[in-house]
Design a protein around this ligand. Sequence first.
Ligand code: ATP
Ligand code: MG
Ligand code: MG
Length: 548
Amino acid sequence: SEEKSLNFLEEIIEEDLKSGKYKDIVTRFPPEPNGYLHIGHATSICLNFGLTQKYGGYTNLRFDDTNPVTEDTEYVESIKDDVRWLGFEWKNELYASDYFATLYEYAVKLISKGLAYVDDSTSEEMAQMKGTPTEPGKNSPFRDRGTEENLDLFARMKNGEFPDGSRTLRAKIDMAHANMLMRDPVLYRIKHAHHHRTGDAWCIYPMYDFAHGQSDSIEKVTHSICTLEFVPHRELYDWLIEKLEIYPSHQYEFARRNLNYTVTSKRKLLQLVNEKYVTGWDDPRMPTIAGLRRRGFTSESVRDFCDRIGIAKRENSADLGLLEFCVREHLNKIAQRRMVVFDPVKVVLTNYEEGLVEMMQSENNPEDPETTHREIPFSRELYIEREDFMENPPKKYFRLAPGQMVRLKSAYIIKCDEVIKDEHGYVTEIHCTYLPESKSGHDQSTIKVKGTLHWVSVQHAITVEVRQYDRLFQIEDPASEDGDFRDYINPESLVTVNNAYAEPSLKTAKFDERYQFLRKGYFTLDKDTSEEKMVFNRTVTLKDAWAK
Ligand code: ATP
Ligand code: MG
Ligand code: MG
């Protein structure tokens, strides 16, 4: 196998291991439980877990649940499901909210060292004193409060004596600092809100910058990997760790991965769900892990995709075509072949014995050297795809047409003799003769035909619903376009065939099985399947339809 060159994080880690800085490494995947995971998160998961698999050590799953308002237990459960489905096991399941008491102690320590103060300014006043990137900010009038007063006020903030927004705790750094985030950043805010895990125990909550790095440190995370927008936060990350004299975790940044023809912001995805553009977080058109999974993507193909796009230091968008390529490759190897006619026209074999049923043998997967076979009933009346017949075909048309021959997959060669139409000229039946000596596997007809069609026996077919999905958005980057991203939703992102005719073996289709409907695409059973009707989702077409 070919040697892959190291990415920049692997280089850093190999250096750290070689120098003896670490014996093995600790990473974490830190989702905020305020939505379902999407394909961008998958790259972060593959990266964090992949590094500890490669270099030894472990990865924690840490819920970054310090914002009480937007978080929910439903999201926690979905995140755990999705990480497991992707094929990874975390060492510890942790919650930043479990550190609230420790973080409070850390804040007290900073106040005691004269490095934090309670500010009574409103957020508008603070914004005004912040300065600009080229002009220094102004010191708050509360900046020089004494330590005792600060400790007292902070304790009273915690005890619920003050309303939301009336006071904050700020680090005392430098209001003229070149990095705006170092201009006395807010560490704690007052929020009388119920938290999904700590309930009403707290009414002050730490800001991201006073929770994330501290959580990393508490867990002795060696390499804390986040996305590029946190580059300016690194200075504060390091400052807090240094001043608190706690375990020195280090932050590294890589570029966020977006996917074209979709959006990967939880806020926007939530909008699609709430405003019913999709049926839920796991709608098969969503770029969420839950959506991809329901659509029939395999975890192997999603990991393969993450591996192929690798990691970068510059923001860029990955190609949906590549994700589809990855799943097509995998499904070609594992999918069971079946025949399903989406838009039927009836073929009557006039020389085939009435009432006779033959069982045809067909391979379940020609890509598998050890493939098994299944039996498909064949009879006098069959359905083929309406689009596989043309009354007045152009030259080199190899499908069915008057006087022309085709092979029916795993069955016989047939010849079209007569076309039956209704009074509107609509084709209702095609009368054909079959060549008895042309049976697949025992063909003695010496006739070569170029077209092979899929078919089902009318009396044996089961009706199923088929949902065909396309890109959710019509343009490559709906989020960055003018106007509202919702204006670019593809109105044909879902095309449903209510009554498709499937060979009877699909009666026993299973949820974890993947199918190739011959000439149609890759499909999987959907959870909307009921006693009355089986529902199949198209995962992906057989060929890249856009590569024209
Ligand atoms: P969103 O913008 O969708 O809210 P987020 O970064 O706020 O995303 P988190 O739950 O905080 O979502 O993300 C957990 C981890 O996944 C973080 O380390 C984050 O950097 C990473 N991550 C999120 N989105 C992407 C992405 N598009 N590409 C790569 N990593 C991502
Ligand atoms: Mg985040
Ligand atoms: Mg977010």
